[in-house]
Structure formats: structure tokens, C-alpha cells
Design a binder for this molecule. Sequence first.
Ligand SMILES: *[C@@H]1O[C@H](CO)[C@@H](O)[C@H](O)[C@H]1NC(C)=O
Length: 246
Amino acid sequence: MKKTSVLLGLTFTFLFCGVHPATITFTNNCPYTVWPATLTGDNRPQLSSTGFQLATKETQSLNIPAPFTGRFWGRTHCSNESSSGRFTCATGDCGSGQVSCNGAGGNPPISLIEFTLAENNGKDFYDISLVDGFNVPVSVSPQGGSGDNCITASCAGDVNSVCPTELAVTGSDGGTVIACKSACEEFHQPEYCCTENFRIPETCKPTTYSMIFKNQCPQAYSYAYDDLTSTFSCSGGANYAITFCP
Ligand SMILES: *[C@@H]1O[C@H](CO)[C@@H](O)[C@H](O)[C@H]1NC(C)=O
């Protein structure tokens, strides 16, 4: 009898009190190494890892205590500088000089994965944002969870291969495009940044530039008010798989 009530109590706690953290599993399907980075928002403590190396075909999981608001991104073309030993990346660098980002954000252009995880198995929200540009293809797949919009969000297209010259970031070889800037970042114009006269959804519309990103990645944000086709949600305590080069 006593044993049963303890068990019931534990089950209750497990199901309803938010002790069950979400697991996010990162997999790298790119033919090159990616260094994922994590940034917790809302002044909450950073996760157990704020950056790690993920070689081709490697997988690594992180436990995320809910509630959580934060973002993930992949860094590419990283190395230790020979003179200083500082760890730096040609895309997504967070400026820490280490593999861990320690609460620093990524330098655009980056493909961002944004998450809000609810406690008590409530409704999670996630999206892929190219509002700050694109560096690496990525997808987010819920495992478990429920809801009409509880589906894989994928940005599998390679924006780098169609990036206009004026937005392209090239690698140390000078030719290969390794990332693609957003028009807002490059031109700082209100119509691209959804500011000033363009600060509301009714006036900030897709542009020729944002459409380049949208055509490659229809499920990702291509500009700030691209909500309709770009937000996803799961209820019921889903776990998530993030794949680079899905
Ligand atoms: C940078 O140096 C660290 C420490 O020696 C090493 O573990 C890591 O693999 C190096 N990273 C790269 C990209 O060379």
C-alpha cells in the first residue's frame, strides 16, 4: 500500500510538475565538422554545454530544463589560431575564444534555431530563423508531443549556393560562399529590417532578397514578420532532434 502511494506520487510528480527535462539531440549530417552553440535567454542560467564539436555523423544530446527560452546555431570553419591559441570560427563565432560560448551570442550570418520550452508539459514553440542570415542547413524534428503544428521544421536548402554576391560571405580561399547575409544586415534599410515605417506586419512584406531565403527554406523565417509559415509548436513534453544538413 505504502509502496503504491510512493509510486503514484512519483508518477504524479513526473507527469505534472515539470521535473522531466526536454532532451535535444544534435546530429551532424554535413560532410564537414559543425560546432553547435547554445544561448539561454531571459536571464536564466546557461545550459550544461554552451558549445561543443560535432564531427560528421556524430550525435550529442543535451538535457534542457523547462521552462527554457533560447537559441542554438552551428559554427563552421573553426580552428585554433596558431599565434594566440584562440578558438575562432569563420561563421557563427561567439567571440569567447573557446569552444564554449559562455553566454555570448553568435556573429551573423547564422541559421538560428529558436526554442521556447514550456514547463509542466505545456506548449513548446520552435522555429528556424534566417532573419540573421544563413550559414548551414538545419532541421528540427519533434519526438513525441502533439498538435497540428507539431511537425519537422526543415531548412534543407543551401542558401549559400544561390546567395547574391552582395550578400555573400566567402571563406579564406576567397571564392567559396560559406554564409549569406540578410538584406537587413547588409543594407540596414527599414524595409528589410521591419523598422520605422515598416515596423508592423501590414507594411513589412517579403522582398526580392527575403524571397531568395524563403525559396530555399519555405519553413524558415525569411524576414521578421514571416510568422504564418514559420512557427511550430508541440504540447505534451516532446523531445527534439536538431540535424545539421538534414
Ligand atoms: C583546439 O584546441 C583544443 C585544445 O587543444 C582541441 O581539443 C581542439 O580539437 C582544437 N580545435 C580545432 C578546431 O583544431
